[in-house]
Structure formats: C-alpha cells, structure tokens
Ligand binder design. Sequence first.
Ligand SMILES: CC(C)(COP(=O)(O)OP(=O)(O)OC[C@H]1O[C@@H](n2cnc3c(N)ncnc32)[C@H](O)[C@@H]1OP(=O)(O)O)[C@@H](O)C(=O)NCCC(=O)NCCS
Length: 187
Amino acid sequence: MTTPPATRLGGFTLPVGDGLDLVLAEPRLAAPLHSLLLANLEHLQPWDELARPDLTLEEFRGVQVRACQAWVEGRGVPCVLRLDGRVVGALGSRTVADGTTAELGFWVDAAHQGRGLVSRSVRALVRHLAVDHGIRTVEMRIAAGNVRSRAVADRLGFALVQTVPGVLTIDGRPHDLCVHRRPALGD
Ligand SMILES: CC(C)(COP(=O)(O)OP(=O)(O)OC[C@H]1O[C@@H](n2cnc3c(N)ncnc32)[C@H](O)[C@@H]1OP(=O)(O)O)[C@@H](O)C(=O)NCCC(=O)NCCS
C-alpha cells in the first residue's frame, strides 16, 4: 500500500538504506497500517494483542493518535516501516522507568519476513533513541515461544536478563515473559 502524500504532524523520516525507512506513525498512516494488520491476522494474532479481527480503523487510529501524543511529550517514538514507499510493518518505542530506558515493539508483513528489515530498522531506531532522545538502555519484552522475535533480540546483542513464568496473556494464551536488554550505544 503506497503511503498517502500529505503530512500533518511534520514528523521525521529515518533512512535505513536500500529503500527502507522509518517514518513517524502519524494518524494519516493509520488506514494503510490497519489494512496490513488485518491482512496479517493469522501471523500476528498469537503475538500481538492489538491484532484482532474486530479491530476497527477508528480504534486503531485512536492508538496511533495516543502514540503520537506520547512522541510529542517525549514518551515514545512510534514508527511505520516503509520499503520503497510502501508500508510493510511497524516499530515503536515507549519510554519507561526513569526516562532513560525504552521498550521496543515491532511487527512486519509476513511476506516481508526473513530479509533483515526489522533487525536493520531496530538498529536505526536504537541509534536515534540514543543520540536524539537520551535513551541509555533498550529492552524487549517477548513471549518465550516467539522464536523470530527473540532471534531479532539475539542478533542485535540483547541479553536475556529475566524470565517471568506465565505473566503474559496474548489471544487468551498464557506465556512466559522474556526480558531482553542492552545498552543503547555500543552497537
Ligand atoms: C518478529 C518479526 C518482526 C521478525 O521478523 P523477521 O523477518 O524474522 O526479522 P528480520 O526482518 O530482522 O529478518 C531476519 C532474517 O533475515 C535475514 N537477513 C537477511 N539480511 C539481513 C540483514 N542485513 N540483517 C539482519 N538479518 C538479515 C536473517 O538471517 C534472518 O533470516 P532467518 O529468518 O532465515 O533467520 C516477525 O516475525 C513478526 O512480525 N512476527 C509477528 C509479530 C511479533 O511477534 N512481534 C514481536 C512481538 S514482541
């Protein structure tokens, strides 16, 4: 889905390279991202609590608006992944603890898995968080059985620092929660 042209927030674009970039997940991008999310339900539902068949565009736009408000207030950086101008996934951070730790979340279109798009994008976002947002530690909280997501964490040098049994419920299923962490700089 091609990105709509007009921008209202005047956000940012972080070039990742080879046609891949990260742009602020403005509300104008809610429609293409919502369509992609619904097209990927089977792939996303086991791991992402937002991925439900009854998720309306209005509800999803509300999530985007709140994420952009958080960005304006310095509490997070919500991004859309674009490849050659087309929306292929999402990646975002949420500032936690004392304001120097950021938690990361991401998903990509099933047909775009296995190409390094997410790992390369996470690397670029982490650099941006360190340089422009004063983030010193980055964290991923991942269901123990989410092999692909945990492989992203391993690939980027995140250490497994804690496993908490049974505290995560997604799509009605309980999971052990794995906390992966690393310094934001030092890639
Ligand atoms: C988790 C998720 C985003 C990972 O996607 P992914 O495609 O495996 O991750 P990447 O885009 O980093 O691609 C990595 C793959 O590309 C390969 N690759 C190719 N070029 C690469 C490069 N330049 N850099 C890194 N990896 C590269 C890697 O070897 C790896 O291959 P493999 O899958 O055969 O092991 C995806 O599976 C997903 O959307 N899952 C559902 C939602 C979800 O779980 N979100 C996380 C919740 S915590």
